[in-house]
Design a protein around this ligand. Structure first.
Ligand code: PRP
Ligand code: URA
Length: 326
């Protein structure tokens, strides 16, 4: 006699067939996504190569331009034709040229704003941060590990966010002698998570700055327009006197961060930093356009937004993964 009854065997065979069909579907989806990602990566590489080629060409032209200025050709510097004299003078920093054909005002066009916005962006490429982020991105990582890793990364990124806090001298006495030590001076800190997912970064920061006050801003993205919708705001009374670190793992269109910063500025805050985990170039550029004074710290600058304004490759819906609401 076999291990299973005939009817059980039939059920097992049906289940196996259903699983096999689902696996085939999943493989097809993954293949499609991989093909898209490879195509996008090729585009980026091609753009990069084209930029490098253009830069090399520019160097060659510069060298060639300088050659006629050699002593044998030009009798004396003061006698040289105007344009030769000009090229012999130390050149000013070349203006960044706009990559967009239709650009009328360089400082305004998307390509230039995107390039400028990178100056306010700090990508924390520490190996521990990158390692932990990769685990978080993995679809197989469950809410418990996701939460723990976000907490750990928040502490590591927080280390960089607070790197330039001003110090002052303090007199203390060690068991051996008196000495002048260093202590954090100046403004106190406030941590303001954007609900829900920003909550996952608060404890990591509090471990670094246990006396910080914590405010909360509730925002969600309208599923159709992706515009942020406010539903809650509770901030420390003296928030305007504090250095404010906003936390939110995802900076996608930038709408939520832009709105949170607007709300904080309305309360008088002048020293604001944005701490996230994964940012999209589109969101970084929008944020920079709206609030060029706010530096952004992130563990990764991803490729782009998809048609649903999700960051790709990203990690999915951060709030859902953090709280297990999928
Ligand atoms: C996510 C995320 C950000 C926002 C980013 O929150 O935590 O707050 O989206 O997108 P944006 O840059 O395009 O504004 P979500 O709106 O999903 O709310 P939730 O955390 O409550 O799920
Ligand atoms: N919100 C998220 O949680 N993830 C995204 O990729 C975009 C918005």
């Amino acid at each position: 006699m076999g291990l299973f009854k005939k009817s059980t065997k039939k059920k097992l065979a049906d289940a196996a067939e259903a699983i096999s069909a689902q696996v085939s579907d999943a493989v097809a989806v993954v293949e499609e996504a991989a093909t898209e990602a490879i195509a996008a990566a090729k585009e980026v590489i091609a753009e990069h190569n084209a930029d490098e080629a253009a830069a090399e060409e520019a160097v060659v032209v510069e060298v060639t331009d300088e050659e006629p200025a050699a002593e044998a050709e030009v009798p004396a510097a003061e006698e040289a034709p105007a344009e030769v004299q000009k090229s012999a003078e130390p050149e000013e920093e070349p203006a960044v040229e706009c990559a967009a054909d239709e650009c009328a005002e360089c400082a305004e066009c998307a390509a230039c704003v995107a390039a400028d916005s990178l100056s306010m962006l700090r990508v924390i490429d520490h190996p521990l941060v990158q390692h932990k982020l990769t685990i978080m991105r993995d679809i197989k990582t469950g809410a418990k590990d996701f939460r723990q890793l976000l907490d750990e990364i928040a502490m590591l990124v927080g280390y960089e966010v607070t790197r330039d806090l001003p110090l002052c001298d303090v007199e203390i006495e060690t068991p051996l002698m008196k000495m002048t030590g260093k202590a954090i001076a100046g403004k106190k800190l406030a941590i303001v998570p954007i609900l829900r997912a920003g909550l996952g970064m608060v404890d990591g920061l509090l471990r670094l700055v246990p006396a910080a006050k914590v405010g909360h801003i509730g925002l969600y993205r309208d599923p159709q327009t992706h515009a942020p919708v406010d539903y809650y705001c509770k901030l420390p009374d003296d928030i305007q006197n504090r250095l404010v670190v906003i936390t939110d793992p995802m900076l996608a269109t930038g709408g939520s961060a832009i709105e949170a910063i607007r709300m904080l500025k309305e309360k008088g805050c002048t020293d604001i930093r944005m701490m996230c985990l994964v940012a999209a170039p589109e969101g970084v550029a929008e944020l920079y356009k709206a609030h060029p004074d706010v530096p952004v710290f992130t563990a990764a600058l991803d490729e782009k937004l998809n048609e649903r304004a999700y960051i790709v490759p990203g990690l999915g819906d951060a709030g859902d993964r953090l709280f297990g609401t999928y």
